[in-house]
Design a protein around this ligand. Structure first.
Ligand code: TXA
Ligand code: MG
Length: 328
């Protein structure tokens, strides 16, 4: 299958045609690129799992353009779900609610809940509107690989596997949406993101963060390997340990690269590095592109630890998985 990469009106028109014909189309969102299909079409949804190589027990979230899109998708909107939607949608958040009858079990992997997301990205909203149906979509990477934040990343993973990638430029946020389960009494964060626990607590009063070991996997995806570059990756605390990890790797004959914020890069004595910028927002926006680039130009990645506060905490949630938990 030939994979087209298109932009603008032409891309949206062609994309919507393909979705209505039961095909899979990659599209941009403000978090990462998604791999979409008609959420009400069981056969189309199965093609997503095939293209990604995703285990079928890992549910998909469903994307809508506006509140009308909720019709048929959910059977109950709890007070907390309502409050989250009012404050944060459209935006980088996914809310888990009780599922409606029309949603195929292949979307929810047999669960009685469904994740709902309303992206703020203009292209995704236009695309979903044009399709005229809710769009089930995971991130548009091959299963276990780094999530894509531009059309080129998607092409590298999906060339020959899907008919179309809608190119909408770089994703502004850079990591996947915050996932909140609002189907339980106390809403629970299942995946941290740019909308932080502190921001949610302001609206909800209380929100539980999901931490510690996954005993019964709540977000089924959490038990799988994730965000992994093709080469060994470690996390370093501070410029000094990053430098040491780099030199150790080089002494072993590897070609290392450091991924760090600007002020840390300045302390690396000219060692190969990828500069993410200085602010939390820049670090979040650029981290996946840096991991993609890192695995291309090097065979050993040293990534700085950005701390566990706010958005950086969400970034580290991903980076620690990329590194398989390995800190130096
Ligand atoms: O930002 C995002 O959320 C991106 C863009 C494309 O919207 N999508 C995304 O999808 O990250 P995915 O499939 O890569 O991650 C969704 C996560 C998975 O870990 C899945 O297990 C979990 O959400 N999930 C989906 N439905 C769920 C449900 N009903 N209950 C609990 N977890 C659920
Ligand atoms: Mg994903």
């Amino acid at each position: 299958m030939q994979t087209l990469v298109l932009k603008g009106e032409e891309a949206l028109k062609k994309g919507a045609e393909l979705i209505r014909a039961g095909e899979v189309v990659a599209f941009p969102t403000e978090t990462v690129y998604g791999l979409g299909a008609d959420a009400f079409n069981e056969v189309a949804v199965r093609k997503i799992f095939e293209a990604k190589g995703r285990p079928s027990d890992n549910p998909l979230i469903v994307h809508i353009a506006d509140e009308k899109g909720l019709e048929g998708l959910v059977s109950d909107v709890s007070d907390s779900a309502e409050a989250i939607m009012k404050k944060f949608m459209p935006g980088p958040i996914t809310v888990i609610m009780k599922k409606g009858e029309k949603v195929p079990l292949s979307v929810t992997a047999g669960l009685d809940t469904v994740g709902i997301r309303m992206p703020s990205n203009a292209v995704s909203r236009e695309f979903i509107r044009e399709c005229g149906t809710p769009i089930a979509a995971p991130s548009a990477n091959r299963s276990t690989h780094i999530s894509p934040t531009n059309a080129e990343h998607v092409f590298e993973d999906m060339d020959g596997r899907i008919p179309l990638i809608i190119d909408g430029g770089e994703s502004e946020v850079g990591i996947e949406s915050t996932i909140v389960d609002a189907s339980t009494d106390v809403p629970t964060i299942l995946r941290p993101g740019a909308i932080t626990a502190e921001m949610l607590a302001e609206v909800l009063g209380a929100v539980r963060t999901f931490s510690g070991k996954v005993v019964v996997a709540k977000a089924p995806g959490m038990k799988y390997k994730h965000y992994a570059p093709s080469c060994e990756t470690v996390v370093a605390i501070g410029a000094e340990s990053a430098t040491k990890a780099y030199d150790d790797a080089e002494n072993k004959g590897l070609s290392p690269v450091v991924i760090a914020r600007s002020s840390t890069c300045a302390k690396l004595g000219g060692r190969t590095h990828i500069d993410l910028g200085e602010s939390d927002v820049e670090i979040c926006r650029n981290i996946y592109a840096a991991l993609h680039r890192g695995e291309k130009i090097a065979n050993f990645i040293v990534c700085e630890h950005f701390g566990n506060e706010g958005v950086c905490g969400s970034v580290m949630n991903r980076v620690m998985k990329s590194a398989g938990g390995k800190t130096v």
